[in-house]
Every structure is written in structure tokens, then in C-alpha cells.
Design a protein around this ligand. Structure first.
Ligand code: NOJ
Length: 781
């Protein structure tokens, strides 16, 4: 979290006034840097450029490059003008360029993940990348690729990431980095690593509703869980060539993530062979530098003058400083930003034409970078809307009267006038959004130039069809009288409920905001016809209270769909788009379905909170499977307006060398074939046996041989999506790479395929898997 006080003190200069300098950590002063120095890997030419130019720099210039401060962008690093190296502009975030105008507010990552559509997610990324480039942003602070992964449903930032399933998260992380970097943007995969909850705050709320007495959580995890669950998505971002990685605020087994030699030097840079730079939450100078952090996130100011002093005193070698500079410049050259890159043309927070800060004028040129992205954002949102229940009421057919209920159908009262993080608070104590929820708050937010509110889109569409729309866009019981009256006269009652999540705040319960459950029940009791519930939420909600009530005809989970929310929704409601999205997480029936302690709320003995990842590999559906808990809606579940049949399940041997890796990892493994080489291919046929065209998502799950006692019952290992006309049949292929079949052997410290019988199942959710086959592997490949 940015410290407001520190930000206010910062100047435009990359060097920090000495009055702000705190003493270095003396304990670490004698430690030498042993971490791997970059050699550029596949970016060897870029690395040579970086090495050559670094030779001509003074120590001050090199330090300047490693130090970011707040500027017109969220962070601006220093440049070396005489060598034509500009400072870099860094900006959030994963749902579009934050803090500026004439950009698109995209569906959030976890919403897009529900599409289970690789091409769609890659194209979303490509388009977001171009928007960042158009604003002159060199480094995007995103995507969120596994920190959080989504270990706990209570975590306040899960919606910024894709999914708790490491296979789905890995594939989407790879494509997102690849798509975004295609425009020459540098991505910063975050938050590395084990960032599965927000800091624990034990103080009272301050006058502005802010948190006090906060301490970062220490995540305690074993080697196997780290390798098989939390690291794979980051490995994929390295393979995809991410130029930067952001270390996280939490501790890892007691050490700050950004000072963790184990996480940064050993795992990220050595084992994953990451060649770019680590940028992150700074808590110190010497320990951070020696343990692998290459650039400081502004607002902390431990680099700048303090780093310079440490180099001059010899506490940090100049070769380590050179490595930091090489790591920063190598991806910059590899992205070809040195040849041409648009100039920064906005100023963060402020949408006015210009702003004076510390004698500098920052201009906002209002460059419109949207192109036709609104059309694509609408498509992503519709393809990501999950149909959880349907009595047959959807798609809507001939009707005369619709009633619309809830503030979540309405326009937000102001789009960008709610402060830097768009917190349009109902009151200072509760983070409630005051209109329709399209995105969460904090680093994952992006400003919207407009919101196609559900009430707007529904009214326009209904008018075309001669349908009358009545509405009461309120939530509280004071309006229940008028709601009841409208509901009693409506053939269809559309109830909008939401859950707004904000960085810095984990959830206290798994309910909807603003007593959404009561609103649904009230409308259901009074509605003349059937009720369609639309949920805009950033995570799991418990629906047991109302979902089986007799008039609840349909339930749509639309996640955080971004600015095109209403338009995407009418596409689904009227059947212009047949729903095909699937839940990228499990919805349980009770909070008791999850491990009780998977979010920590108290300080531990060391005066900071400690979270033991005791469930190991079994998170989300793997936990439900292992504990034999029946979920309300399982991972991978989602209905369609048509039906599909699965047939012809088969697995064949087919070797294919890895063609995707932009950078190779150094992960160790047994056998000859590379870890990312394909060894087998699973195939299945899917036929549309219903009455309307639509897309289906066949999913492949794998169980390891019985000898692997620590493994949960099954793991996703493939998925695909195709649009099928009525009666059409399509064959899906799921490549199985060596890593997909391997476990991390803790004793030998390598990946290996366990010998024995694997079971593969295929179907359209993690609990609806009609086709099954055993497959024996007795080779290490
Ligand atoms: C810290 C947040 O954790 C991160 O997600 C964000 O990119 C930076 N602040 C900058 O806003």
C-alpha cells in the first residue's frame, strides 16, 4: 500500500533528501551477493546492449536507474539522459491503465478467467497492452499471476488474479504476459509470492475509515507446496518473457518477501532463470539489494542516496549494482523501447489538463487509446458471465413487464470523483460501492470513462421489444414497500446484488454487501413471476439462504465485468450470447466448508501474524475433493442454453518439443525430455445435442498414481473452448507436458514423473466427468 505521508514528502528528484534517510540494517552489511547475475538468456543481444551502455555510467547514474519515485506515473525511475536512457513509467494495473482517462475498464482477471477461453484472454491482454503503450507507460504493474492465487475465499484481492487452480492460472498468466508484451510493453508479474491475504490490522479505524496497527503476514509453506502450487504460474510468466516481477508485502517463512534470498535469488532468478528485474515493497537497503531486489517501489525510499552510500562504503559491490542495471535495461532493450516508445502523456489521479507538482508541470493530453475495445470488452464480459441456475426462464422470451431491483443495477453516482482508489463509500466505515459494481478498489481498479449500467442497457433493450420496465434501485428495507408493489406486478423480477472488495481489506464473511440476501428474499416473496438474480462479486458468496426458493428461476454470476457490464448482461439475458463461462473457483455451502484458519486475523508470538499453509496442495476444489465436501457449485461448473455430449476419449503418445518458451527456466528434472515438452495428447469429441448454438468447455482432470500419497484426488490438466452449431461435433486436444505429469521430489530436489497408473477424466465441470480412463506410465521420459 502506498504510504500517503511518504508520498507527500517525495520530490521529483530520483535522489532522496538525506533527512529522510534511516540507518541501514547493520547485520547484513558484510554479506556478499551470491545470487545469479543475469546474462539475458534469450535476450542475449539486449543484454549486450545493456552491458555496453552500463560501462559508460557513473555509480550515481546506475543508482538512479534502480530508484523509482512517484511522478506523473505511479512510479517513475530515474534515467540517464546523456546516454539516451529515459526514466521508466510504471503504472497499475491488471484491468486497464489506472488513474487516467480515455482508457477501457476491462473485466477483471478472475472474471475473464471464467471464460476458460485462451484466445479471448490473450486478445484481452493484447488490447490492454496497447492501451498502456498509448499512454506512454513502459511497465505495467500487472498481471496478477498467482499472488494471491486464491487460497482463501476471504482474501480481499483474489478478484485481481485469475483462479486458485494452478493449471488454469498458469495457462492464463502465460498468455496474458505474452499478449501484453506484444505491443512492446513490459509486464510486471505480481505479487511474488505467497501473498494470500492482506496485512492484519489490530488498531481502531482512523477518522477517515483507514486501518491502523497493521502488520504483514508471514506465510509458512513447505517446499512441495511452493513448487507444485504457488510457483507454477510465476514459472509461466518467466517462460512468457515477463520483463519484471513484483515481490510482495508479506513475509515468507519469517523473512520479508522482498528480502528473501530463497524466493528471489534461489527460486526466481536461479531455478526459474528469470533474467529481468524484481521491483517491490522495500523494507531495507542492503538486505533487499543482496537478496535480489533490483528496483525500489516508490514511497519507501531505501534506495537512492542510501544505496549510493552502501556502494561507496563497499557494503554492496559495484558488480551487484551493475547486475541490477543490466536486469532493468535488458527487458527494455528486448522490448525495443529504445527504438521508439510513446512519451508519457497523462498525469496520475488527476484528469485535468495539467498539474503543477514541485515546480514541474505534468500534462494530461487525454490521448484516447480505446479504439474499438468497448466492443471487445463487452464480448469478454458476456463470455465470462456464469449461468449458475436456470429453470428455463432464460433466455427471456415474450414478456410485458420487468421489474429491476437493487442499487447494483444503477449508475455509480460518480465515476472518478471518489478519490484515488475510486472508493465511493456509503459511509466511512464500510467499503460499499454506491452503484453497480464493475471492478474492485485499489491497485486492480481502472477508471471508466462511462459505465453501461444494467438499468440503462435493460431499459434500451426492453423498449425495443415493447416491454415495460419498472425499477426500485435501492437495497434497504425502507424501500421494501415499493419494491413489493412493483414485484407483485412484474412477470420477471431482476434482482441485482453485489460484493465490493478493496485492496487492504480481507472479507469478514462470505455474504453479499448491503444485506443482498434479504433483498433477494423480499423480491422473491412478492414477485408475480420468476426471479433472475444477478451477482456482481469479487469472490465466493454463500447462496444457501435463497437459491432454492421456489421463484428463483435463474442466477447469473457476472464477477467484475468492467464498463460494458449492462450491455454484456443483456446479451446473456436475451440469448444473443449463449452463456459458456464456468466457475474458476468453488462455491461452498457454508463457511465451515473451508479450513477454519486459512485466513489469519491475530498477531503471532513474534508480534506479527503467521499463516501456516497446513492444507498443502489441497486448496479450492482439491480441498473439497479431499475432505469429501459437496459444494453448492463446483469449480468448472456453468450452464448453457444448449446441451453437449462427450465421446471418444483417448490418450495418445505424441512428443513435441516446447515451442512456447520465450525464456527457458532452469528447473531440474529427471529424464531426457524437457519439462515443457509435450509427451502425450488427450483427445475428446464434443457434440452440441441441444437446440441452439453455443460454446462448451471440456475439462480434463488427472489423478496421480496411488503411491503419491500427498496428492489431492485430482488436478485440472487441460481445457478448451469451441463454439458449436446445433448438431456439430468437434475434437478437442489437450497436450500433456512433462511438468503436467510430474511431482516435485523434495528429497532429490527435482521434477519427476511418478511411475504407475494415472487416471484421467473428462467432462464439463470438476464434478461432472462422464468419461474416464486409466493410463500407465513407467518411463521417466
Ligand atoms: C502495492 C500493490 O500491492 C501493488 O499491487 C501495486 O501495483 C503497487 N502498490 C502500486 O500501486
Amino acid at each position: 500500500m502506498w504510504s500517503l505521508l511518504k508520498n507527500a514528502l517525495l520530490t521529483l528528484s530520483p535522489f532522496i533528501p538525506s533527512s529522510l534517510i534511516f540507518s541501514d540494517n547493520p547485520q547484513s552489511a558484510s554479506k556478499a551477493y551470491h545470487g545469479p547475475f543475469t546474462d539475458g538468456g534469450a535476450w542475449s543481444e539486449a543484454f549486450e546492449n545493456a552491458r555496453e551502455v552500463t560501462k559508460h555510467m557513473t555509480i550515481e547514474e546506475k543508482v538512479n536507474l534502480t530508484t523509482a519515485v512517484t511522478g506523473p506515473c505511479q512510479a517513475n525511475s530515474g534515467g540517464v539522459t546523456r546516454l539516451n536512457i529515459p526514466g521508466l513509467c510504471f503504472n497499475d494495473g491488471p484491468s486497464g491503465p489506472r488513474y487516467t482517462d480515455f482508457v477501457t475498464q476491462w473485466p477483471s482477471e478472475f472474471t475473464a478467467a471464467a471464460s476458460f477461453d485462451r484466445d479471448l484472454v490473450e486478445e484481452r491482454a493484447r488490447r490492454i497492452g496497447k492501451e498502456f503503450r498509448g499512454k506512454g507507460i513502459n511497465v505495467q504493474l500487472g498481471p496478477v499471476t498467482g499472488g494471491p492465487l486464491g487460497r482463501s475465499p476471504y482474501a480481499g484481492r483474489n478478484w485481481e488474479a485469475f483462479t486458485p487452480d494452478p493449471y488454469l492460472s498458469s495457462t492464463l498468466s502465460f498468455l496474458t504476459v505474452k499478449g501484453m508484451q506484444e505491443s512492446g510493453l513490459i509486464t510486471c508479474a505480481k505479487h511474488y509470492i505467497l501473498y494470500e491475504q492482506e496485512p492484519v490490522c489490530v488498531g481502531p479505524l482512523d477518522d477517515e475509515g483507514g486501518r491502523t496497527g497493521c502488520k504483514d503476514v508471514s506465510s509458512e509453506v513447505d517446499d512441495k507446496t511452493m513448487k507444485e502450487l504457488y510457483l507454477p504460474s510465476f514459472a509461466e510468466t518467466v517462460r512468457a518473457g515477463t520483463g519484471a516481477v513484483m515481490c510482495s508485502y508479506n513475509k515468507i517463512n519469517g523473512t520479508a518477501a522482498c528480502e528473501s534470498d530463497d524466493a528471489l535469488n534461489r527460486l526466481l532468478k536461479d531455478e526459474l532463470g528469470f533474467k529481468g528485474f524484481d521491483f517491490g515493497a522495500t523494507h531495507s537497503t542492503i538486505p533487499s539489494v543482496l537478496n535480489g531486489m533490483d528496483m525500489e517501489l516508490p514511497g519507501e525510499y531505501y534506495y537512492g542516496q542510501r544505496l549510493l552510500r552502501a556502494i561507496k562504503k563497499g557494503s554492496i559491490t559495484e558488480s551487484r549494482l551493475d547486475d541490477m542495471v543490466h536486469r532493468i535495461l535488458t527487458p527494455w532493450y528486448a522490448a525495443k523501447q529504445h527504438i521508439y516508445y510513446p512519451k508519457i502523456n497523462y498525469q496520475k489521479y488527476d484528469l485535468s489538463d495539467k498539474k503543477e507538482v514541485n515546480g514541474h508541470t505534468w500534462k494530461n493530453e487525454h490521448v484516447d487509446v480505446r479504439g474499438d475495445n468497448a466492443i471487445y470488452a463487452r464480448k469478454v464480459a458476456a463470455e465470462s458471465t456464469i449461468l449458475l441456475k436456470n429453470s428455463g426462464v432464460l433466455p427471456l422470451r415474450s414478456l410485458r413487464r420487468i421489474g429491476v431491483f437493487g442499487t447494483d443495477a444503477d449508475y455509480p453516482s460518480t465515476l472518478s470523483g471518489c478519490g484515488p482508489d475510486l472508493f465511493c463509500l456509503v459511509n466511512s466505515k464500510r467499503r460499499y460501492w454506491n452503484g453497480t459494481v464493475t471492478i474492485g478498489g485499489g491497485s486492480g481498479a481502472a477508471y471508466a470513462d462511462y459505465i453501461a449500467a444494467p438499468i440503462e442497457a435493460i431499459s434500451l433493450r426492453a423498449r425495443q421489444n415493447g416491454i415495460r420496465v419498472d425499477h426500485v434501485l435501492q437495497d434497504d428495507s425502507a424501500h421494501y414497500g415499493s419494491m413489493g408493489w412493483i414485484a407483485y406486478q412484474s412477470e420477471i423480477c431482476l434482482v441485482f446484488v453485489s460484493l465490493f472488495l478493496v485492496e487492504g481489506w480481507d472479507r469478514e464473511h462470505l455474504k453479499l454487501d448491503k444485506k443482498g440476501e434479504d433483498l433477494i428474499k423480499h423480491v422473491e416473496k412478492n414477485c408475480a413471476g420468476e426471479v433472475v438474480v444477478v451477482i456482481h462479486a469479487g469472490g465466493q458468496v454463500i447462496v444457501e439462504d435463497w437459491i432454492d426458493l421456489p421463484k428463483i428461476g435463474a442466477v447469473l454470476f457476472a464477477g467484475y465485468p468492467g464498463q460494458e457490464t449492462g450491455n454484456a448482461l443483456v446479451d446473456i439475458l436475451w440469448g444473443d450470447v449463449n452463456p459458456s463461462a464456468k466457475l474458476p473457483f468453488t462455491m461452498g455451502k457454508s463457511p465451515k466448508d473451508w479450513p477454519t484458519d486459512n485466513i489469519v486475523r491475530k498477531m503471532g508470538k513474534g508480534h506479527y501474524p503467521v499463516s501456516k499453509f497446513a492444507e498443502g496442495l489441497a486448496i479450492d476444489y482439491k480441498w473439497f475433493d479431499k475432505q469429501h465436501i459437496a459444494p453448492r457449485f463446483e469449480f468448472g461448473f456453468g450452464l448453457s442454453y444448449t446441451n453437449f455430449e462427450f465421446s471418444g476419449f483417448d490418450i495418445i503418445e505424441r512428443y513435441e518439443k516446447d515451442k512456447d518458451s520465450i525464456q527457458k527456466t532452469n528447473e531440474k528434472y529427471l529424464g531426457q525430455a524437457g519439462l515443457y515438452d509435450t509427451l502425450y495428447v488427450a483427445r475428446v469429441n464434443v457434440t452440441n445435442i441441444g437446440k441452439v448454438p453455443g460454446a462448451e468447455v471440456p475439462q480434463l482432470y488427472m489423478s496421480f498414481p496411488e503411491s503419491e500419497k500427498e496428492q489431492p484426488p485430482k488436478h485440472m490438466r487441460g481445457y478448451g473452448k469451441k463454439y458449436l452449431e446445433v448438431g456439430q461435433i468437434a475434437t478437442f486436444e489437450f497436450p500433456l507436458r512433462k511438468k503436467d505429469l510430474s511431482v516435485w521430489d523434495v528429497k532429490q530436489q527435482l521434477w519427476k514423473i511418478p511411475h504407475g497408473t494415472f487416471t484421467f477424466r473428462v467432462g464439463n465441470s470438476s464434478r461432472s466427468l462422464p468419461l474416464e480412463m486409466d493410463f500407465s506410465i513407467y518411463s521417466s521420459h
